[in-house]
Design a protein around this ligand. Sequence first.
Ligand SMILES: O=P(O)(O)OC[C@H]1O[C@](O)(CO)[C@@H](O)[C@@H]1O
Ligand SMILES: [Fe+2]
Length: 193
Amino acid sequence: MTTDLPADVMVPFAVHVDFQSGALTPDPVILRRSHADLAGYFVNESDAPGEDEMYAVHEIRVPATNNNLLSSTTVLQPGTVGGEYFMTKGHFHATRDRAEIYLTLSGQGLLVMALEDGTTQTKEMRPGIVNYVPGHWAHRSVNTGDVPLVFYAVYIGDAGYDYATIADQGFPVIVVEGEDGPEVVPNPRYTGR
Ligand SMILES: O=P(O)(O)OC[C@H]1O[C@](O)(CO)[C@@H](O)[C@@H]1O
Ligand SMILES: [Fe+2]
């Protein structure tokens, strides 16, 4: 039997996740994003509510290396800006081929994904659904319901974030309030391929 353990072997741990609120116990690291943090992300921001929180990310901290899995809950509030549903910034992974899994815990929404060539995919998010986001797909969550959308995300530790591509080019599609519910439509401001 081998006893060649690495010097930095971690100790197992457990965290409690509240499926309604997304709260983690103990010791969450919480990142908060307000409407102001998303300035420029919505097509028409004349009714954007400023410093109000749009979403919070509660992270389980482990080293961001390729032998660890990072994970977090996200709590995305309901609402619209200029007819577009509240959404996350959206990002590609800096290390493009890194995949991610989302498990929706409460609420409802859409997960919009895009390749750098402008190809898109949209999948439903509702409690119990696991969404698999393969490498190379930018991902953005959109709350199309009346209550917070809460989901748990797990991704490879060295995935990293590339926000700049989406911030500069926009997402190829946006999700707007239609007469019969949410509609996924081309983004008139998209400048990618
Ligand atoms: O990082 P963004 O695009 O603001 O969106 C937040 C969500 O995305 C993730 O960063 C992972 O894709 C999660 O931690 C969080 O759920
Ligand atoms: Fe991600």
